[in-house]
Design a protein. Sequence first.
Lengths: 328, 268
Amino acid sequence: MCMAKKFLISMRLQMKNKTSGGEIMKELAIKAENVHKTYGNLTAVNNLGFEVPRGICFGFLGPNGAGKTTMMKMLFGKAERDHSRGGQVSVFGYDPKESALEIKFFTGIVSQEDNLDQELSVIQNLMIYSKFYALPAKQARIFIQNVLAFMELSDKKDAPIRQLSGGMKRRLLIARALINNPKLLILDEPTTGLDPQVRHVIWDKLRDLKKQGVTILLTTHYMEEAFQICDDLIIMNKGEKVMQGPPAHLIDKHIETYVLELLHTGDEALDAGDAVRTEFMNNRMLLYADDFEIIKQISDQFKAGDFILRQSNLEDVFLKITGRKLHE
Amino acid sequence: MNNTHTMADLGQVRPPSFFQRIFSVWLRHVRVYTKHLISNGFPPFVEPLMFLAGIGLGLGSYVGLIEGKTYILFLASGIIVPSAMFTATYECTFGSFIRLEFDKVYDGMISASLTVKDIFIGEILFAGTKGFFFSGAVLIVIAGFGLVETGMAVFTPFIGFITGLMFAALALFVTSFVKNINHFNFFFTGLITPMFFFSGIVFPLENLPEFARWIAAVFPLMHAVRLVRAFCFNSFDPGLFFNLAYMIIFTVVFGSMAIRRLTRRIVN
């Protein structure tokens, strides 16, 4: 299944690359070049550039403080890029410097924090929000019914916000962002702090939206999330892009296929040979190799429970690239 | 590369007009406020009652005529505008600060097609609207006691409206500096409360030494009180245009400074 997915992604990329230059431009949802952002002495985003084709799900991955949220905010004018250092941002042809209002009109934004009106019910929250887009009440009622049904919140429509669980609030924030039928959906850590059921529901909804042609941008530190729903992603660290590509490609290209985690090793030497790359983290030892047999043989020396033998994943790439130390 | 992709298939991107945006913000506040109409609507009717009874009747019996009026008439006309001042000030200090820092309401709003400017102009207008109704409530109470002598008094809620705008602008300007909600105490104790006592509401300013009268004239509430008294007593003089101009200029100056500072705080 994984292979099939990789294949599909690579096919899609090839098809995109085959079209002429002009065609590619027309298909872009977002284009950013040489974007800089500093807060005093702190460089939040440093010379970042990327392109997002329309209709895909694009992810920003990175540890806290990597500049993901800042980059997102610069797309719709919640943060201003450093204009003095050149750089360009275009969102469906609009520059957020002059046209943030236009961009926000066709973009749904879901922030990290819950910023619903606590005083009001679900439906009142949405009715008021629809006024911010000047939707006529009659049309708004239909749209609201649709987005509530889509996010599976129809039976909560009269509930006060404080009665909603964290998962319901997050779904409501997404529903609210969908009111004006956006072409672009920006989500900042959409599933942080949610239980696995809600997380899967949200992933399914995002896949549905993508099928409907909505371009999706999200930040996350969940590798699983990035792997599951992102067609393309960039890994950021300290304000810079470290690498970019479809998740499966990144794993293929940047990390060995298999990992053996030895859980209780001290300093004892373990001669694993040249085919194995070793890393240490606290008192764990990680051995990476492309050849399953080699790594299996090493694991035979240990008793069950003292090791984990598994396929490598995006998290391994991420930790390899951004380092294993705490960033805070 | 500069001239990026086309926007043909995006359809018409027509964000709401300035008026629609301001109105939507105003409507948001009205909806949230009227959600608790009974508890929110109670104070403007009861506070003037206590004031008239406690100070007007109690203290009034020791005070002679002021400007040819009984003390209770003088006081009743004075307490129409401070209600607008207090409600607008609370709304745009504690209220705005909570929306800004705790509930993050503004972050939610500017994620829709609104600008920071829209949000605060809408908010100032809402505070003005509250000023209108709070002044109106006081007017109803004093009329109930037979303390309104002329029909011209029906225009005083409009002065309440402008008073609300003016103090909302000032309060937002203060809020733009505040990092800790307790710091509003300095503003209330240091400025708003003294303004209430030294703007010719409970006693006429004519009795004060000249320098004190000049100080009172610098602060905004006195100008609102003069306008309201003119309508209550149906006695107008050209100086009132100066009072009105002061209120409008004050609102525009502090309002635009507040919006500029709050924009820098929200868009970073």
